[in-house]
Design a protein around this ligand. Sequence first.
Ligand code: DGL
Length: 273
Amino acid sequence: MKEQPIGVFDSGYGGLTVLKELVGQLPQYDYIYLGDNARAPYGNRSFETVYHYTLQCVRWLFDEGCPLVILACNTASAKALRTIQQLDLPRIAPENRILGVIRPTTEVVGNFTRTNHVGILATRGTVLSESYAIEIAKFYPGIEVYQQACPLWVPLIENNEHDKPGADYFVKTYTDQLMRQSPKIDTVVLACTHYPLLKEKIAAQLPAGSNLISQGEIVAASLADYLQRHPEMEARCSKGSRTRFFTTDSTEDFDNHASIFYGKPLRSTHIDL
Ligand code: DGL
């Protein structure tokens, strides 16, 4: 059978935290990861730019044979997913599918909160899109959503400063700003796939007993469920347990840095878009 991998896309490294869980929970499938590192971060970019870049990356993954693409980036899921699904997919690949990371997360958030006060930590783009507030209201109309943009966290992580003492100041700044919005927040979503690397530092700044949700496991469980409900798509996904990595920037930088996110060493290939 020709390789028909599941495509996993992120602006840079963050989606590797999701891919790690996908491969862990669903090891039988083939995967292709594409990080658009040359143009990352996406978090402060306009709607048009994020849409344009994401569409280019999705098309590349389709051309590589992916029948299904996961946008493992909240910013791309917030700003580009719906437009691509509704306007582009019917035209460019009507039989293919694209899934994001926001919906699976918002579907389960109500299982965690007891106070019905939920905090969202995300990039500025994701916060401004209001995607979390809109989606959570659909599933759990009783939940109050508080959002905090954390524009300095992705640069800290991308520059390998996330586990240094200097990062504590920036972690505290944004977690304090979130908690000042409501002391009743008992559940906080790491709504950016980079943020699991700051998880311990973030947890240390939140009140004891808070739930801190990262998305990898949730997205993997949701994909397993999706493939069970869509046997025609499941049959199209090839099962050779191969994972390949591509970056739009230097492979040397990618290979050196990516293992922090993926949990083990990897070798990437460069592509130009
Ligand atoms: N990992 C991306 C996300 O989940 C953000 C990184 C970026 O700003 O490019 O939103």
